[in-house]
Design a protein around this ligand. Structure first.
Ligand code: ARG
Length: 591
C-alpha cells in the first residue's frame, strides 16, 4: 500500500525530492534515500550523503557541499548548512510551513493520502465465545481490530469484518440437552430492561445454564450420554436442536452487543460469522487436504506436519485437522474460513487480531493453507497481541483466579473517570458528567491498550489510565477541549493563515509536527501500528502546551498574528480529533 501523493506534499517530501534531485550525476540509480528526518538542531537533518560518499568514493563533506550548491532555487528552504562529517542541516521557511498547513486545512482529509492501490482486507477480530463472558483478551482484540479497521478504511482499503465467534463445539450438546430437559431455563424475566441491563440479564441466564448443565453433566452419567447424542443431533442439523442452539447464540449476541455499546464500538450482526458458519465446508477441507497429500492420517487423526514444529521431546507436533473420532476442531474451521475469505470474499490480505499465545496455531494454519494452494504466500498475517497483566505482573485475574469480566472493568473505568471529570468541571449537570465519564473512561481503556505496541504485554492500571498527566487519552482529550475553549472565547476572530508572518519557535515546532500527520498515518496503516498514531497525537498535545503558554492567541500583538495562531489551534484540534476518532476514542468539546 504505497501512497498517492496528497494534494500537499509534506515539507519532508518536498525536501527529500529537492535533495534527491541535487546529488551528482554519477549517483547510482538505486540510491534513493537522503535519510531526512526531523532534528533538534535545525528543522530537518539529512544523513544520506555519508552513505552516498562511500559509494562514490568521495569526501562526504565535499559531496554535501556540492549537493547544497546544486539544490534548485525553491521557496521551501530558508537555509541549509553542512555540519559534522557531512550532514545537512535544513531550515525551512515560515512561509512554506504555513502554506503547506493551509493546504492541509483546506482538505477535509487534512492531507491524508489514499493508498495507491487499495485492496480488500478481511479482518478477523473481536471473536468472543458463545455462552461465555467476555474478558480482557476480547477487549484487546476488539479495540485493536476496531482501530486498524478504521485506519485502513480511511486510506481507501475495502475492509470486510469477520467476527469469528466460538459458537460451535461439543459443549453445546450439554447446554442444549439441559435446555430440552429444563425448558424454562432461558426464559426472560417479563420486565427485562434495555441495552446494558438486558445484556447483563442475558449473560446471567447463560451463566446459570452453563453452571447447572455442567454440574449435571459431571454427576450424571446418563445425562452425559444424552448430551453426547445431542452433539450428534446438532451436527446432523436436527431442527429442534438447531432451534435451541440459535436461542443460546442469540442470547449471547444480546450480551455481546451490550458490551460493544459500552465499549463504543460498532459491530454489525451481518459481520458475525462464527465457527458454525463453516460447518458445511469441513468435509471438503478434509477431503482436499487428504487427496493432495498435504495432510496425512496418523493414529486415525488427519494431521499436517512441519519440519520446524516439534514438542519438547523432539517428536513433531502436527496440526490436527480432524480428530480420530471424526470430530473437527478449531483448525479445520480456520482452514475453511481461509478458503472462503480468499475464494469468495476475494481478500488480498487477511488479518487475525488474536492473542499472541495462538501464534503457533496460526503459523500452522497459514502454512497448511499455503501448501494446499488456498492462500497466496504472505497474504495472511496474525496481528498478535500481548497479554493484559495485573499489577502483580501476572496475567490479569480476579483474586479467585478467574479471568476478569470485561463489563466490570469498564464499569470501574467509568467510575474512576467520573471522579476526574467531576473535579474538573464545575458547571456540568450530573447527566453530562456521566456522559463525559463514559467517553473519558472508555477512551482511557482503549488508549492504554492502543498506545502500547501490540505485541507487548501491559499492566492494567486504571489509576494510571485515567490520569491527566502523562501519555493518556485524558491528557489528549483535555488538550482538545482546551483548544476548543479558545474558540468559544474568540468572538469575531476567525482562523486565517498569514504566510508573511514570522513564526515563534513553539509555533514552528507545532506546525512542523502538524505537517506530518499524513505521513504518520500512511506508515501506521502500512505496518498496522496504531501505537504510532497514539504517539503522534501525544506529541501533538505535548507541543501544544508550550505554544499555548508562549504564544498568546486572543491577546496577540496584532490581529494577523491572532488569526494565524487561531489557525494553528484549529488545525491542531481537527488533527487531534481525526486521530482520536481513528483510534475509536471520543473527543468531548468540553472537559
Ligand atoms: N474465539 C477465540 C477465543 O476467544 C478467538 C478466535 C480467533 N479467530 C480465529 N479465526 N481463530 O480465543
Amino acid at each position: 500500500m504505497a501512497s498517492v501523493p496528497s494534494l500537499a506534499a509534506t515539507l519532508h517530501q518536498c525536501l527529500a525530492e529537492a535533495l534527491s534531485a541535487s546529488v551528482p550525476q554519477e549517483t547510482p540509480a538505486d540510491w534513493l534515500d537522503p535519510m531526512l528526518r526531523r532534528s533538534d538542531r535545525a528543522d530537518f537533518q539529512a544523513n544520506g550523503m555519508l552513505a552516498l560518499s562511500k559509494r562514490l568514493k568521495t569526501n562526504p563533506r565535499e559531496l554535501a557541499g556540492t549537493v547544497v550548491e546544486s539544490i534548485p532555487a525553491n521557496e521551501e528552504i530558508a537555509s541549509v548548512e553542512v555540519s559534522g562529517p557531512g550532514f545537512l542541516n535544513i531550515v525551512v521557511s515560515d512561509a512554506a510551513v504555513l502554506r503547506n498547513l493551509a493546504a492541509r486545512s483546506d482538505d477535509e482529509r487534512l492531507g491524508v493520502p489514499y493508498a495507491e492501490s487499495p485492496g480488500v482486507t478481511v479482518i478477523d477480530y473481536s471473536q468472543p465465545n458463545v455462552a461465555k463472558e467476555m474478558h480482557v483478551g476480547h477487549l484487546r482484540s476488539t479495540v485493536i481490530g476496531d482501530a486498524v479497521t478504521k485506519i485502513l478504511e480511511h486510506r481507501g482499503e475495502t475492509v470486510i469484518r469477520r467476527h469469528h465467534i466460538g459458537d460451535w463445539g461439543t459443549q453445546f450438546g450439554m447446554l442444549i440437552q439441559y435446555l430440552i430437559e429444563h425448558p424454562h431455563e432461558l426464559d426472560h424475566a417479563s420486565d427485562a430492561a434495555d441495552g446494558r441491563d438486558e445484556g447483563e440479564a442475558a449473560m446471567a441466564r447463560l451463566n446459570r445454564l452453563y453452571k447447572d448443565s455442567r454440574s449435571l453433566f459431571d454427576s450424571d452419567e446418563e445425562f452425559k450420554t444424552r448430551a453426547r447424542d445431542r452433539v450428534v443431533a446438532l451436527q446432523a442439523g436436527d431442527e429442534e436442536t438447531l432451534a435451541l442452539w440459535h436461542k443460546i447464540v442469540d442470547e449471547s449476541k444480546t450480551y455481546f452487543q451490550a458490551v460493544y455499546e459500552d465499549l463504543d464500538v460498532e459491530i454489525l450482526d451481518k459481520d458475525i460469522v462464527g465457527e458454525s458458519a463453516y460447518n458445511d465446508d469441513l468435509q471438503q477441507v478434509v477431503k482436499d487436504l487428504e487427496s493432495s497429500g498435504v495432510a496425512v492420517r496418523s493414529e486415525g487423526a488427519l494431521c499436517v506436519f512441519f519440519d520446524d514444529v516439534k514438542g519438547p521431546d523432539g517428536t513433531p507436533t502436527p496440526l490436527i485437522v480432524q480428530k480420530s473420532n471424526g470430530g473437527f476442531g478449531y483448525a479445520a474451521t480456520d482452514l475453511a474460513a481461509i478458503r472462503d475469505r480468499v475464494g469468495e470474499l476475494q481478500a488480498d490480505t487477511i488479518l487475525y487480531v488474536v492473542d499472541a499465545r495462538q501464534a503457533l496455531h496460526f503459523r500452522m494454519v497459514f502454512e497448511t493453507a499455503r501448501r494446499a494452494g488456498w492462500l497466496p504466500e504472505g497474504a495472511a498475517r496474525q496481528l498478535a497481541f500481548g497479554t493484559v497483566l495485573g499489577k502483580d505482573g501476572k496475567p490479569f485475574k480476579t483474586r479467585e483466579g478467574e479471568s476478569v469480566r470485561l463489563v466490570d472493568l469498564l464499569d470501574e473505568a467509568k467510575q474512576r473517570a467520573a471522579v476526574v471529570v467531576r473535579e474538573k468541571a464545575q458547571d456540568l449537570t450530573e447527566e453530562e458528567i456521566q456522559e463525559r465519564a463514559a467517553q473519558v473512561g472508555i477512551g482511557a481503556v482503549k488508549y492504554a491498550d492502543l498506545s502500547n505496541s501490540m505485541t507487548r504485554d501491559y499492566v492494567f492500571d486504571l489509576d494510571r489510565m485515567v490520569s491527566l498527566q502523562g501519555d493518556t487519552s485524558v491528557y489528549l482529550q483535555y488538550a482538545y477541549a482546551r483548544v476548543r475553549s479558545i474558540f468559544r472565547r474568540a468572538g469575531e476572530l476567525r482562523p486565517q493563515v498569514h504566510p508573511m508572518l514570522t513564526l515563534e519557535p513553539a509555533e514552528r515546532a507545532l506546525a512542523l509536527h502538524l505537517d506530518e500527520f499524513g505521513d504518520t498515518l500512511t506508515a501506521v496503516a502500512e505496518n498496522y501500528e496504531p501505537h504510532k498514531l497514539a504517539a503522534y497525537l501525544y506529541e501533538l498535545a505535548t507541543l501544544f502546551g508550550p505554544f499555548y503558554e508562549n504564544c498568546p492567541v486572543l491577546k496577540a500583538d496584532s490581529q494577523q498574528t491572532a488569526e494565524n495562531r487561531l489557525f494553528l489551534c484549529d488545525l491542531t484540534a481537527r488533527t487531534l480529533r481525526e486521530g482520536m476518532t481513528l483510534l475509536g476514542i471520543r473527543t468531548p468539546e468540553r472537559l
